[in-house]
Design a protein around this ligand. Structure first.
Ligand SMILES: [Mg+2]
Length: 206
């Protein structure tokens, strides 16, 4: 199978780490639970473009490079990479490729076929030229794990056969509680859950 994996908040605890970073930078005490966005930009900035400068700055810090992977992700990805083709599908811009690959290689070296980035229109850093749904379609990805419900909806709308897993770590991700979920989507709360779901799919395809 071809499996697509998101980075931020799926294998990397980015949201938690950047909130901590921005609290220090602006001497604030914002809390994760108050954000409705998976990036946390609504806590510190009024629009995405102004958040983006801080985001790029964060990616160049030691705080970013020293993030510990989300529990279970290294073990499960290592195991899955023996049987399946695994792709990273990230909404990060290819401008931050270097910083992203440095972190990936630290924990998941040679586990991925490819790291797929998204590029954005110059006028608006939040408006993609193509979306995750387009990439899933182009690379014929069978299974996706992703924490952002908006991305899940986009992928589902363009890929009727792809199995989608909405990652809501320990049921703590406030930004993906809206229901109903799109067709072919199941919520999971851990990498152990994802491992079980892949086993079920493997058994079906034999
Ligand atoms: Mg994410």
């Amino acid at each position: 199978m071809k499996i697509g994996i998101d980075i931020d908040n799926t294998i990397a605890p980015t949201f938690k780490t950047i909130i901590n970073y921005l609290n220090k930078k602006y001497s604030l005490k914002k809390k994760e639970v108050h954000s409705k966005k998976p990036s946390g930009y609504d806590l510190f900035h009024s629009d995405f473009n102004s958040f983006y400068n801080d985001w790029e700055e964060f990616l160049n810090t030691e705080k970013h490079l020293s993030m510990k992977p989300i529990k279970g992700s290294t073990r499960v990805i290592k195991k899955l990479s023996l049987k399946h083709q695994i792709y990273i599908i990230t909404a990060r811009n290819s401008k931050v490729k270097f910083q992203t690959i440095l972190w990936i290689d630290k924990h998941y070296k040679n586990k991925f076929e490819e790291i797929l980035f998204i590029d954005y229109k110059n006028t608006d850093k939040n408006e993609p030229i193509f979306t995750k749904g387009d990439l899933v379609n182009k690379f014929k990805i069978d299974v996706v794990i992703e924490d952002n419900l908006d991305e899940i909806k986009d992928i589902a709308s363009k890929n009727s056969k792809t199995k989608l897993f909405l990652f809501d770590k320990n049921n703590q991700y406030k930004w993906n509680k809206k229901r109903p979920l799109p067709k072919n989507t199941k919520k999971i709360e851990s990498w152990k859950d994802f491992e079980r779901e892949i086993e079920k799919l493997e058994n079906k395809s034999i």
